[in-house]
Design a protein. Structure first.
Length: 96
């Protein structure tokens, strides 16, 4: 499995637009054959902070995800709405 999470912070006044953008992406990513999880969250105490947990069947499924046609437009718009230059990715290894 390929497992990661991303984090990013909406610019002031942009959190609701980021949330709506994520809702649309979530519906698309969850339909990808190699996707095992795509779960976005907003922090309770800081609703402008977002966290997305992602899991893919394997490295190939992750690379397929990266090449999907909706990813580029999503990231381009997201990058305009967040404080960071892009979402911050952290890759995880399962402890079995």
């Amino acid at each position: 499995m390929k497992i990661l999470y991303s984090q990013f912070t909406a610019k002031p006044g942009c959190a609701d637009e980021v949330a709506e953008l994520l809702r649309g992406l979530t519906a698309s990513v969850r339909q990808e054959p190699g996707n095992r999880a795509f779960d976005p969250y907003r922090e309770s105490e800081r609703p402008d902070h977002f966290f997305v947990f992602e899991a893919y069947a394997d490295e190939d499924a992750f690379h397929t995800h990266l090449g999907m046609p909706y990813g580029g437009p999503f990231n381009a718009r997201l990058n305009e709405l967040i404080v960071e230059p892009h979402s911050q990715l952290t890759f995880l290894d399962a402890m079995e």
